[in-house]
Design a protein around this ligand. Structure first.
Ligand SMILES: [Zn+2]
Length: 175
């Protein structure tokens, strides 16, 4: 599957998970589109292309240019925790060959859970030295939808890479 196909797939699953989130909140009012819903949609689409950042391509180049600018911005704003998380996420696809661990189903669940847990633990530890695990759990549950969006987006990619149908014959791009 090529990037175009993955982005389309990501938009479809992103719309679905965002609608489920809004329904679970008891509202489907898109006129006042909440920031969190936009974040859920964006994360789903991002993780639907994330596994293929392990291979040389034009989207990959643009991705790392964007990450570079975001890291500068986060550093300038002193959001060091988020900058570290972004840097870790950004380099992970480059730690293996194409279609390595990024294309395994267990990675799509374990990596988001581990990184979110680690991030929340560090945040909680910096805020309260008494019960970091309790704080971490509370924050983790608060942001669970973001983790679910990562997992759904990533699995959308893996499902489409199983070569079901569309965009299969793009010779310029090897999924
Ligand atoms: Zn792929």
């Amino acid at each position: 599957m090529n990037f175009k196909g993955h982005i389309i797939g990501g938009c479809i699953s992103g719309t679905a998970i965002t609608a489920v989130k809004l329904l679970s909140d008891g509202s489907l009012d898109f006129s006042s589109f909440p920031q969190e819903a936009a974040l859920i949609f964006g994360i789903t689409v991002f993780f639907s292309i994330f596994p293929d950042l392990d291979t040389e391509s034009i989207p990959q180049r643009w991705f790392y240019r964007t990450v570079f600018l975001l890291l500068l911005y986060l550093g300038y704003k002193k959001h060091y925790g988020l900058a570290t998380l972004l840097a870790i996420v950004a380099i992970t696809p480059r730690t293996d060959h194409h279609r390595g661990w990024t294309h395994h189903y267990f990675s799509s669940v374990l990596i988001p859970l581990f990184l979110a847990g680690f991030y929340e633990y560090v945040l909680a530890k910096n805020q309260s030295h008494d019960w970091p695990f309790y704080c971490m759990y509370e924050h983790f549950i608060d942001r669970l939808w973001l983790v679910i969006a990562c997992i759904i987006g990533w699995n959308t990619h893996l499902l489409l890479d199983s070569q079901l149908f569309l965009f299969k014959n793009n010779k310029r791009y090897r999924p």
